[in-house]
Design a protein around this ligand. Sequence first.
Ligand SMILES: Cc1cc2nc3c(=O)[nH]c(=O)nc-3n(C[C@H](O)[C@H](O)[C@H](O)COP(=O)(O)OP(=O)(O)OC[C@H]3O[C@@H](n4cnc5c(N)ncnc54)[C@H](O)[C@@H]3O)c2cc1C
Length: 402
Amino acid sequence: MMDKETLRDEVRHWLADNWDDKTAAEVGVERTSYTTSKPRQAWLARVVEAGWAVPTWSEEWFGRGYSTELGKLIEREFAAAGAPGAGQDRSNLWANTLLAGGQQGLKEKLIPALLRGEVNMCLLYSEPGAGSDLAGIRTRAEKDGDHYRVNGQKVWTSGAKTADYGMLIARTDWDVPKHKGISFFFLPMKQAGVEVRPLRQITDESHFNEVFFTDAIVPAENLLGETGGGWRVLNTALAYERSVMGEGARGPRSGVTEAEDEEPLIALAREAGKINDPAVRQDIAQVIAYKRLNALNTARAKADLAQGTSSSVMSLGKLAMSRILHEEARVRTELLGAGSLLEGGDYPRAEDANFLSLNAYFTSIGGGTDQIQKNIIGERVLGLPKEPEVDKQVPFRDVRTS
Ligand SMILES: Cc1cc2nc3c(=O)[nH]c(=O)nc-3n(C[C@H](O)[C@H](O)[C@H](O)COP(=O)(O)OP(=O)(O)OC[C@H]3O[C@@H](n4cnc5c(N)ncnc54)[C@H](O)[C@@H]3O)c2cc1C
């Protein structure tokens, strides 16, 4: 059995031999993006090959069968070196979902490529008539020989333009109550039956899209879990998504950076000459305290998830992160005062403040709104009575819609 000291030495030696400033410059440090560059894919392949990407998984799936504690040790060493690719057994939404519910052939085909960042993915959940109430989806998948035929529409699909596959929920049975007739698929996106139309966001970016399916084809082997058992797979996938969103968010987009180790708000307060203002100090201290607390809470939720449950505590982390981002954006704007009205490249600080204020809505709506997280916390963490659901036992075909 591996002990911590030996493992720490092994990881440090490996990183010293493989990760240097030149590699870092080629690979990049961005946490999230919809596509992965070739140098980053090459780096991720080396991390996977060495067994550092998913160390808590079995050897069959590129892991080392380690405990969660040893897995985190590896992740910490990678984080300290600034190297990406470790900890995917907690953070790679797509690979984790596929490993948990996928068929052998699909897992063999896609898991290595997902870990190496060679496959682009998107989430095909929300529809014009089904967002918070996802169980009300109306996109249909009908079995036709060795594949399913998909018809319907999704919306707010981030990254759909570049995606190779989408994790799709579609209705396969209309004669059972709404949660029971849903199935979960890996749908190939590059096909004639899939049309992607970009949407313009409040930040002037265009990351999300409408997606239309007209007789789109998904092979039967791309079904995850049982037919009609998609709700269960979805809940595991949503918990992973919340954990990633609860962990952090995008930083300023101007590229202006503060000194390492300095909290950005402190740097800004110093720059604005307000660092000794007691009210400002109080606001900043509160944001920092929330962040630290939330990091601990997210770690607790991830420990639950590692034991194979879909943790409701993830909802706390996501809700807290959305509140932190709104509050941080507010403090940032107040520090800049009237300067925050100066938009554009001439004053990058203001551009950042305005971008972060608008982008804070990403976390408070995407992946389930703040109100929905509160419902989950109320019902599953605090044990409060459930909201009445009049249509829960009714065959979906008979559910009344506006
Ligand atoms: C940046 C961003 C990226 C996204 N990316 C994706 C993606 O990649 N794939 C995808 O499938 N979807 C994506 N979404 C969609 C997102 O998941 C939905 O917008 C979200 O679930 C809310 O659904 P809705 O927009 O239909 O709002 P609705 O469900 O119509 O909600 C409207 C309002 O009513 C409130 N509400 C609804 N039901 C309840 C309730 N029971 N109790 C209390 N309040 C309630 C909500 O909190 C909200 O304020 C993204 C959204 C954003 C903002």
